[in-house]
Ligand binder design. Sequence first.
Ligand code: IYR
Length: 222
Amino acid sequence: MHPEPPPTPPTVPLTATRRPVSEMRARADSFFDEVARRRTVRDFSPEPIPLDVVRRCIEAAAQAPSGAHKQPWTFALVTDAATKTAIRAAAEEEERAFYAGRAPQAWIDDLRLLGTDADKPFLEIAPALVIVFAQIRGPNDAKHYYVKESVGIATGVLLTALHHCGLATLTHTPSPMGFLERILERPANERAFVLIPVGYPAVGCRVPDLERKPLEAVLVER
Ligand code: IYR
């Protein structure tokens, strides 16, 4: 007796655009220019932002590929002032411990370039916070795969989408981030992955004078 072969999963035609090579080059250049201009911002304007744009960017992020298509992410959009205040207080408590000794001296030295410290006023000033949660398991304990990779890819899409729309972001990773799971009452299968303040940069905002590694330093070919 042969077992029944599994049914073939349904397919749909791919919607893809074949472009002339000259157009591909122009698009690669303009995309490069756009992403090269993205900078992490720590000095936000309190001005309100169009939240429908942020929601649409989250929807774009949720188009990312994921292990076994489990889409193991949840995005929390926080605009409520009291919730932002609670998040700031909890984050600063962790950051004070970090800067006062939890971090090894080499790490503190590496951060001098960024000028960061334990004060996180942007958590209250930025009009929105997006907290990305990784679902380490599915509902009913279903298995999820390559969760960090999947959520990392989705987060990259989100940062790029927000920048594309003219919004500034900061990838903030207070450590540990368990307070976000508690404050936002997330279920037991979710772990905070990154906290992203979103807004317009403050007028006169300055950023560290950094350079990106050139292509030769990041690419190997054979
Ligand atoms: N989480 C701390 C420290 C920090 C760590 C890294 I690595 C950074 O790139 C930036 C900051 C803070 O937010 O200050």
